[in-house]
Design a binder for this molecule. Structure first.
Ligand SMILES: [Zn+2]
Length: 314
């Protein structure tokens, strides 16, 4: 089909953003609004409707074929129902697909935001042309999306590729998911800051870093300025990420992994130890062929992936 135009929406805890996307993957109209959690679910849904219409209006296009939504999980992508996203309390149980289809009179697909980012990267970014691909987002949490044989994988109830919750230390800290020592407890931006703070307080290392107001950016800047303790924290985080990626590749057999999110911006500080551990511990005959790269689409990955996913119902 030619001239398919879909809108991708990224529903975040702070902002809702939409883009109208053409066949070639170009965003030709954009719209954003604050996610009005304070006004309740109906206002949030209305904001999404406004964003879809606003993006179409900005593009000067009145006819769109479908809408794709990337939203924080856990959710049911088959029914399009948000289950219990931690940062969208008022949206628990909302039948998003149903409500948006009624409001927009268009087919709507709803999926996990990390899945949408992975699909976007596979379509137009760091996974372009790679049929066995994974995108891992290192942000507040650790999200993942998995494309196998060119298809986004969901598992039996939509929870495949929850890469943040594989165990890297069976004796590690309790994770909100119920498991112990999950990857997310070590390599999310939040976890890196927490681990750094714990070490600062327990070990009193020689460093310019202070516990108060600590961020991954501050750790990065200190490391770049020659602070050994800060550099060590990146080394350790990369090590743990590498350990996690070895397990993931052993199960999923992906050819390329893209790292996205704030921590991936640290470049070689995080990539060098991650790749090194991956090569030390990965399976011979596999590891030599796997690429660990930086994601390419930034904040647009989710919008592009959602718009791409919407094309599956056109
Ligand atoms: Zn967990």
């Amino acid at each position: 089909m030619s001239d398919v135009r879909t809108v991708g929406v990224d529903l975040g805890g702070t902002n809702t953003r939409a883009g109208l996307v053409t066949d070639s993957g170009e965003i030709v109209g954009r719209f954003r609004c604050p996610t009005r959690l304070d006004l309740g679910a109906d206002a949030v849904v209305q904001g999404m409707v406004d964003c879809v219409r606003g993006a179409a209006e900005e593009a000067g296009i009145s006819e769109i074929q479908a809408v794709g939504i990337g939203a924080p999980g856990p959710l049911d992508p088959f029914e399009g129902v948000l289950i219990s996203p931690e940062n969208l309390q008022c949206m628990h149980g909302v039948r998003l697909k149903e409500q948006l289809e009624a409001a927009l009179d268009l087919p709507v697909v709803v999926d996990n935001d990390a899945n949408m980012a992975a699909l976007g990267e596979q379509w137009l970014g760091a996974g372009r042309g790679v049929d066995h691909f994974m995108c891992v987002t290192l942000g507040t949490g650790v999200g993942g999306g998995w494309v196998s044989n060119g298809q986004l994988m969901h598992g039996f109830n939509g929870n495949a590729a929850e890469v943040g919750h594989i165990t890297v230390d069976w004796n590690g800290p309790l994770c909100p998911c119920g498991n112990y020592g999950c990857l997310e407890q070590y390599v999310s931006a939040t976890a890196m800051v927490r681990r750094t703070r714990e070490k600062l307080e327990a070990e009193r290392p020689e460093t310019a870093l202070r516990s108060e107001g600590l961020t991954t950016q501050a750790i990065f800047e200190a490391a770049e300025a020659g602070d050994g303790f800060a550099a060590h924290m990146f080394e350790e985080t990369g090590f743990l990420l590498g350990v996690g990626l070895v397990s993931l590749v052993n199960v999923l057999n992906v050819e390329r992994i893209a790292l996205a999110g704030g921590l991936a911006q640290a470049g070689e500080r995080i990539f060098e130890p991650t790749r090194r551990v991956f090569m030390e511990r990965g399976t011979v005959g596999v590891k030599e062929h796997v690429q660990i790269v930086s994601a390419g689409l930034g904040d647009d990955a989710g919008i592009l992936g959602a718009a791409r996913h919407a094309r599956s119902v056109v």
